[in-house]
Design a protein around this ligand. Structure first.
Ligand code: AHR
Length: 640
C-alpha cells in the first residue's frame, strides 16, 4: 500500500472523543472502583432475618449472628443492624468477621481507616477490631472501649507492619467471651478504607483509578445504563439518596441484582470526573424501569399525566450540580456538603436505551423533559436514546448509539459514519465493545462465542471501528467503551476493559487500544490518499495532526492474519528524523506467537502489552512500516 498523508485537514477532532460509560455492574463500583473494603457494610438492600442478609459476614467462635430491624438502626436511612448474641458459655474470644469483596488486600505501609457503630444494653467491655488472615495471623488491630446502650461510632486506623501473602484476609471483630457471655451486642454501618486515589475521603481504589486515569478519558457517562432505571420506578437510581453522610444513604438493589451502597454517589462521580479531566455526561431517569429484562412489553412507563414530578426532580438534580450556592437552595445544599463551586455540566442524556420503549419516548417523555429542562437550563445539550430513525419533538441534535457485536460487525462499522448526513446532528457512541466471535448471537454464552475477556482480535476490530469514529468526529462527538470494570468473583457481563480481584487487576487488550487512541490525539483529521475504505481492509486507519504539539499521528488497525507493509508519504514538513510507534500484537518469540484470539487474563495479565519504540527516518518525507498481523499501531512524527 502506498499511503499519502496530506496536509488537508478534513474535520476538527472534538476534545470529548474518547471515554467510558459507567454504572455499577460486575461490582464495578461496590467492590471495585469504590475503595470500601467491607462488603454488605450496612446491611442495605437485604431482608432482615434471612441468611442472605448476612452475605460476607461470618461468626467467629460461636455467636449467633442475624440481621435485624427490630432495634432502631444507626439512622433512618439504615434501619438494619447486626445482632450478635453471645452464648451463655464461651471459651476464649468471640465475635464475627467480614470477608470483604471476596478477600481483602493487606499492604504494609498503608494506613487503613475504619469505623463502626455499636450498642448493647448490658455489655460494656472492650471491642477489638483487626485485620487478619483467614488462618488467624493478625496484621493490625485496635481495641476500642466506651460501648453503651445508645449507638456510638468507633473509629480506628490500622497500620500493618507486614503485607499479607494473599487476599485471604478478613476484618475481624471480637470481644472477651467470658465478659460478654449471655449478652447481645448490636453493630451497624461498618467501614474500612485503604488509602484512596489522590487521598480522597470516601474515594477510589488506587490501582483501578490510576489505570482508568492513565487512559486520559475525556467523557464519563454515568450512572447507567440499566442501573439508572431500577426494576421499578421507586427503585431507580435516586440522586438525592446518594449524597451526604454515608449514614443517610439508604442504598438500593441495583438493576444488576446486588445491593448498591451508593457510597459512590453523585458528588463522588462528579469529583471523579473532575479528577480525570473528563466531561460528565449525566443520564437522567426518563420515566421507565426495567421490570423484566426478557420481556420489554412489561417495562413500566410513567404515564404522561404523572411525569411532572420526575421532571421537577431532574431540575433539582441539575440545580444541585450547577446552581449558585448563594442564591439557590440546591446549590446551597451542595455547598453544605463541601462543594461551594458549581460543577461544569454540558450534556444531559435523557434516559437509557429508550429505543426499547420508543412510543412513549417519542409521544411525550423526550418532549416533556427537554422542553422543561431547556427552558430552565438553556446552555445544556440533550442526548436522545432512541434509534436515530425515531422522530422526536423537538428533534434531537445528539443521539446515543450502542453496539455490542462481533469483530466482523465492528470492521464493517468502521465506515458507518462516512455517509452520515452532515445535518447538524451528532452521534455519541455511548456503549460499544466486541463481545463475541459469534456473528449472529453477540450476547450469548461463552460456549456460544461470548468473550470472557477482550481478545486481541476483538480489540483490533474495535480499533478499526474507532478509526472510523475519529475520521468522522465531526458527527461522532464522543464515545464511551462499556462496560468498564469486572470483579472476577461476581459479575453479570463480559468482556470488560479491566478485570480484578481484591488484590490485583488486569488491563485488557481493549484497555490498551482505548489508551493508545486516547492519549495520542490530534486536533484535526487529515485526508489520506487513498482513504481508508472497505477496499483497503484489513488495514484501517486515521491520520491526524495536533496543531498545539505539532505531532502527526497515524493510527492503524490491521485486522488480518498477515503482516502488511505500507509505504507512507508525508506532505507535511516532518521536523525530526525520529518517529515513534506504539503497538499491540501477538508477540513474536513467545508461546502465544501467532494467536489472535488471545487475551490478557488475571492469571496471564501480560500476554499482550503495548510495545513502544523509536525509529530513525532516512528520508524526511517517507517511511515504510510493516503492520503486524492482527495489530493496532499508533505512529507519531514531529511535523508542522
Ligand atoms: O453495558 C451493559 C448494558 O448494556 C447497559 O446497562 C445497557 O445500557 C446496555 O443494554
Amino acid at each position: 500500500l502506498n499511503l499519502q498523508i496530506t496536509k488537508n485537514a478534513t474535520v476538527n477532532i472534538p476534545p470529548t472523543l474518547y471515554g467510558y460509560m459507567w454504572e455499577d455492574i460486575n461490582h464495578s463500583g461496590d467492590g471495585g472502583l469504590y475503595a470500601e473494603l467491607l462488603q454488605n457494610r450496612a446491611f442495605q438492600g437485604v431482608l432482615p432475618g434471612t441468611l442472605n442478609a448476612l452475605n460476607a459476614w461470618q461468626p467467629y467462635n460461636g455467636p449467633r449472628l442475624s440481621v435485624t430491624s427490630s432495634t432502631p438502626g444507626v439512622s433512618a436511612a439504615l434501619p438494619n443492624s447486626l445482632q450478635v448474641q453471645i452464648p451463655a458459655v464461651v471459651y476464649g474470644p468471640i465475635g464475627f468477621e467480614n470477608t470483604g469483596y471476596w478477600g481483602i488486600k493487606v499492604q504494609q505501609g498503608w494506613t487503613y481507616t475504619g469505623s463502626f457503630y455499636a450498642k448493647s444494653d448490658t455489655f460494656c467491655g472492650a471491642i477489638t477490631a483487626s485485620l487478619r488472615s483467614s488462618t488467624g495471623t493478625t496484621f493490625a488491630s485496635a481495641t476500642l472501649s466506651g460501648i453503651s446502650s445508645t449507638w456510638q461510632k468507633f473509629t480506628f486506623t490500622f497500620n500493618p507492619t507486614t503485607s499479607a501473602p494473599d487476599i485471604n484476609n478478613v476484618f475481624h471483630v471480637e470481644v472477651d467471651g467470658q465478659e460478654a457471655a449471655g449478652q447481645t451486642i448490636y453493630f451497624g454501618m461498618f467501614s474500612l478504607f485503604p488509602p484512596t486515589f489522590r487521598g480522597r475521603k470516601n474515594g477510589m481504589r488506587i490501582d483501578l483509578a490510576e489505570a482508568l486515569a492513565a487512559t486520559q478519558p475525556s467523557v464519563w457517562r454515568f450512572p447507567g445504563g440499566n442501573n439508572l432505571e431500577g426494576a421499578s420506578w421507586d427503585t431507580r437510581w435516586k440522586w438525592n439518596e446518594t449524597i451526604g453522610p454515608l449514614e443517610s444513604r439508604p442504598g438500593r438493589v441495583g438493576d444488576w441484582g446486588y445491593p448498591n451502597t451508593d457510597g459512590l454517589g453523585l458528588l463522588e462521580y462528579l469529583n471523579w470526573a473532575e479528577d480525570l479531566g473528563a466531561e460528565p455526561i449525566l443520564g437522567i431517569w426518563s420515566g421507565i424501569s426495567i421490570q423484566n429484562y426478557s420481556d420489554l412489553t412489561t417495562w413500566p412507563v410513567v404515564p404522561e399525566a404523572d411525569l411532572q414530578p420526575y421532571i421537577d426532580d431532574a431540575i433539582n438534580q441539575i440545580e444541585f450540580i450547577t446552581a449558585d450556592a448563594s442564591t439557590n437552595e440546591w446549590g446551597a445544599l451542595r455547598a453544605s456538603l463541601g462543594r461551594e463551586q458549581p460543577y461544569a455540566l454540558q450534556y444531559i442524556e435523557v434516559g437509557n436505551e429508550d429505543q426499547f420503549q420508543p412510543a412513549s419516548y417519542a409521544a411525550y417523555r423526550w418532549n416533556m423533559f427537554v422542553t422543561a429542562l431547556s427552558a430552565q437550563f438553556p446552555n445544556l445539550q440533550f442526548i436522545a436514546t432512541t434509534y436515530p430513525s425515531t422522530a422526536l419533538n423537538p428533534p434531537y441534535m445528539k443521539i446515543d448509539f450502542h453496539e455490542y457485536n462481533s469483530p466482523s460487525w465492528f470492521e464493517a462499522g468502521a465506515f458507518m459514519f462516512d455517509n452520515y448526513p452532515r445535518n447538524g446532528t451528532q452521534y455519541f457512541v455511548g456503549e460499544y465493545a466486541v463481545t463475541s466471535t459469534n456473528d449472529t448471537n453477540a450476547l450469548g454464552t461463552i460456549p456460544q462465542g461470548r468473550l470472557a475477556y477482550p481478545s486481541l482480535a476483538g480489540s483490533t476490530a474495535e480499533a478499526a471501528f474507532m478509526t472510523g469514529m475519529e475520521r468522522n468526529s465531526d458527527v461522532v462527538f464522543a464515545s464511551a467503551y462499556a462496560p468498564s470494570l469486572q470483579h472476577i468473583m461476581n459479575y453479570q457481563w463480559t468482556p470488560d476493559i479491566i478485570t480484578y480481584d481484591a488484590g490485583s487487576i488486569v488491563k485488557s487488550t481493549s484497555y490498551y487500544v482505548q489508551q493508545m487512541f486516547s492519549v495520542n490525539r490530534g486536533t484535526q483529521v487529515l485526508a489520506t490518499s487513498p482513504a481508508s475504505t472497505n477496499d483497503t481492509a484489513p488495514l484501517y486507519w486515521v491520520a491526524s495532526h495536533n496543531n498545539v504539539t505539532n505531532i502527526l499521528y497515524l493510527k492503524v488497525s490491521n485486522t488480518g492474519p498477515d503482516d502488511l507493509t505500507a509505504y507512507l508519504f508525508f506532505d507535511f514538513n516532518v521536523t525530526s528524523n525520529i518517529g515513534t510507534s506504539v503497538s499491540i500484537s501477538s508477540p513474536a518469540l513467545s508461546p502465544i506467537s501467532g494467536q489472535f484470539n488471545i487475551s490478557n487474563t488475571l492469571t496471564e495479565p501480560q500476554n499482550i502489552i503495548p510495545v513502544a519504540s523509536s525509529f530513525a527516518l532516512v528520508y524526511m518525507d517517507k517511511y515504510n512500516y510493516t503492520f503486524p498481523a492482527t495489530s493496532v499501531t499508533v505512529l507519531s512524527f514531529e511535523a508542522n
